[in-house]
Design a protein. Structure first.
Length: 90
């Protein structure tokens, strides 16, 4: 049985939209255009990708905590108010 979490799906979808460039000094820059401010710099492509994921995760958590409107990515809308069920129904 496989469990899919909406936050994981959102992160994977956003990461699939990432763009990578090699700079003149041989380092790399990565960004996710739909997620303003999510950008990473590193000396290797692998490290740049890792840092971009980490920055994206933090950006999402801060955005949710502060009530920022996050972009809808791949029809995943994290802006919807969560539905809470009473504990006794579990």
């Amino acid at each position: 049985m496989s469990v899919n979490y909406i936050l994981s799906q959102y992160i994977e979808s956003a990461m699939s939209m990432a763009t990578y460039d090699k700079l003149e000094d041989g380092t790399f820059v990565a960004r996710i255009p739909s997620c303003k401010g999510v950008i990473a710099f590193a000396s290797t492509l692998r490290e740049c990708d890792r840092q971009l994921r980490e920055i994206l995760e933090e950006w999402i958590l801060v955005g949710l905590k502060l009530g920022h409107t996050l972009p809808i990515i791949n029809n995943i809308d994290l802006n919807k108010e969560p539905i809470r069920e009473p504990v006794d129904t579990l």
